[in-house]
Design a protein around this ligand. Structure first.
Ligand code: DC
Length: 217
């Protein structure tokens, strides 16, 4: 059995990595997995249960009771927490506000990284996040880091109508001890500030071909 092809797409908030990863997965016929959605779903559930992500003890007390299931539907990752579908809450203001604090907790990361790695045994995939190339799949030869100027990222979020303090989130995500957002040594960096989604996908596809991956036309 051949092993899965994994394309790792990392980058800060609102860098365009979700739209790019989804479009790239469609182009390649791979599954699209959004690891940020997992941290968001866990945050939503913890907040609903009364835990405070800034107080790791309150999170750890509930963690063993969190039934976190990941799946695939129509080529994209799905999440159920205790049987509930959290998707309509993933971009709630309070989730944006607390998700970085929750994702700092090593036990939370351990649980979700295990779920993320599980996908590799099932299919070829494009997975986006903060530590996909550096920690989750360090052996994949296909790593990309997508960035954009902070003012452009802030404008993108505002256009999406979201309350999201991305500068604070960036700082928290890059400065945490466990698996901080970092550019993997062998990642190919793309500045999406002045590129369309198709433009970024085109750059990635060009790079993948150069590295020997067969890409459907
Ligand atoms: O990609 P996103 O903005 O939806 O991610 C939400 C948060 O989840 C992000 O601020 C940090 C955390 N995250 C993480 O720590 N590791 C990942 N692989 C993905 C997201």
């Amino acid at each position: 059995m051949r092993s899965s092809v994994i394309i790792a797409i990392d980058g800060p908030a609102a860098s365009g990595k979700s739209s790019v990863s989804r479009a790239l997965a469609r182009r390649l016929g791979f599954a699209y997995v959004n690891s940020g959605a997992m941290y968001r779903a866990a945050t939503w559930w913890m907040l609903r249960r009364g835990a405070n992500p800034d107080d790791p003890a309150s999170v750890l007390a509930l963690l063993p009771r969190m039934q976190f299931e990941c799946g695939l539907e129509n080529g994209a990752s799905t999440i159920r927490v205790d049987g509930a579908d959290p998707s309509s809450h993933l971009c709630d203001g309070e989730v944006n506000e607390h998700v970085s604090a929750l994702s700092r907790i090593p036990e939370v990361r351990r649980l979700l990284v295990e779920k993320q790695r599980h996908y590799a045994g099932i299919c070829d995939l494009v997975m986006e996040g903060r530590d996909i190339g550096s920690v989750v799949f360090p052996d994949t030869p296909f790593k990309f880091y997508i960035d954009a100027a902070p003012e452009i990222r802030a404008r993108r979020r505002a256009r999406q109508g979201q309350r999201d303090a991305i500068t604070e989130r960036d700082l928290a995500d890059t400065s945490r001890k466990t698996s901080p957002l970092t550019i993997a040594e062998d990642a190919y960096v793309i500045d999406s500030s002045n590129l369309t989604i198709d433009g970024v996908v085109g750059e990635i596809v060009g790079r993948l071909k150069l590295k020997g991956l067969e890409v459907p036309e």
